[in-house]
Each structure stands twice: as C-alpha cells, then as structure tokens.
Design a protein around this ligand. Structure first.
Ligand code: GSH
Length: 212
C-alpha cells in the first residue's frame, strides 16, 4: 500500500486529495509542526534527506518519491489509467505541464519570500515592493486565465493533476489575505474546495493552512 508522510497544515494535503480522486487506498503517517518554528519534526529526515513533506513510499513500484509535483505526476502516470491528465501531445497537455510546474516553480517563490522577509522586520522592508508586485503578477495571471478561458478548471479537459498542484498556492494566498482581489481565482478555489475528494482529504489530514 502507498504510504503518505503528511505534515499538518501543508502542501501534502494535495497528495491525499489526489489519492482520494484516484480511489487508491493509502496509509497516512502524520507529523506535527514545531509549535514555535513551524518547521517539520526531525523524524521526516529518516524518510527523505530533505526532511520535508510530502513524501510517499510506494514499495510496489518506485519506493520513495519526494517533491509534490513529482508525486502528482508519478501517481497519475502509474495509477491514473488516463484520468486527471490531458492526452499526450495535445495543446491541453502542454498547458497541463505549464500549470503543474508553475505552482512550485514560480508562484510559491514570492509567497515564501514574503514569509521570510517578514521575520526581518524593518530590515526586510526594502524588498517589499518587489515581492508584493510579484505576488500580484502571479495571482493576476491565474485570475486572468479563468477570465479569458471561462473554464471551471485549468485545462480544457476538466479537473487534472495541475489543479491539485495549484490549489496550495491559492490556499496560501487565501491564508495571507487578499485573495478576494482576484474574483475568478477565488471562485476557482471555492470550486476545488467543494469537491467531495478534497473534503475527504481534509477529513483525513486536517486543514491545509492555519485558521486566520
Ligand atoms: N517544493 C517542495 C516543497 C516542500 C516543502 O517545503 N514542504 C513544507 C510543507 S508546506 C515543509 O515540509 N516544511 C517544513 C520544513 O521545511 O521544515 C514540494 O512541493 O514538495
């Protein structure tokens, strides 16, 4: 059985959601964050040297897989039977790849920079304008995608692994406040949150972000 190493209030909820969408059984190993630093506990380093979540262990095939985008691709390719991804070589497929990689490769960076520079207090202020303008850049890009395409999900085919991967960016945006400035992106997040498999992932793994 697939084992999911899940850190509370984190990106790893995406993996639970995907497994729920695919209807695959999985064993959940839960980790609590350090209450002061919010970092993962050292036990996660025994699973993967980076000590971060998510990590899965699938002894039937790959063994240990870390990095949420890789895990999503791995699970869809191994167990999806064509579900949750567009057909190879189509324009929808290249869009799928774009969004799948955009989430961690581009959109998370300014959010993380904001998190860290806030800890610097006044010292972080000179960077604020650039970080805020990059957050605006990425969120309006997502918002405008939905305005332009009028699609319910990122790809023309419907719900895909890219939506699951991008969901955490919007959850993080909602947790910091201000997501309502992007109405199409906000409505998209609400659509994702209403999906039954998403709800089941929350029931098993708890909230995605701390309550505001
Ligand atoms: N790009 C990686 C990021 C992994 C990551 O930073 N995970 C966070 C959870 S949201 C974590 O484990 N943080 C705790 C720590 O760094 O100690 C992925 O998408 O899997």
């Amino acid at each position: 059985m697939i084992v999911v190493h899940h850190l509370e209030q984190s990106r790893s909820t995406r993996v639970l959601w995907l497994l729920e969408e695919l209807g695959l059984p999985y064993q959940l190993v839960q980790y609590a964050r350090d209450p002061t630093t919010r970092l993962a506990p050292p036990e996660l380093k025994a699973v993967h040297p980076l000590g971060k979540a998510p990590v899965i262990v699938d002894d039937a095939h790959a063994g240990v897989v870390a990095e949420s985008g890789a895990i999503i691709e791995y699970l869809i390719e191994t167990y999806g039977n064509g579900r949750l991804k567009p057909s190879l070589g189509t324009p929808d497929w290249s869009e799928y790849l774009h969004w799948l990689h955009f989430a961690e490769g581009s959109a998370m960076l300014p959010l993380l920079l904001k998190l860290y520079t806030r800890l610097l207090g006044e010292g972080g202020k000179p960077l604020d304008w650039r970080i805020e303008s990059e957050i605006e850049n990425h969120f309006s890009y997502i918002d405008q995608h939905f305005v332009r395409t009028q699609r319910p999900y990122l790809c023309a085919m419907g719900l895909s692994g890219a939506d699951i991967q991008l969901s955490f960016v919007l959850e993080a945006g909602s947790a910091r406040g201000g997501l309502e400035r992007y109405p199409a992106a906000s409505a998209y997040l609400a659509r994702l949150q209403a999906l039954p498999a998403y709800q089941r992932a929350l029931e098993r793994g708890g909230a995605v972000t701390p309550s505001r």
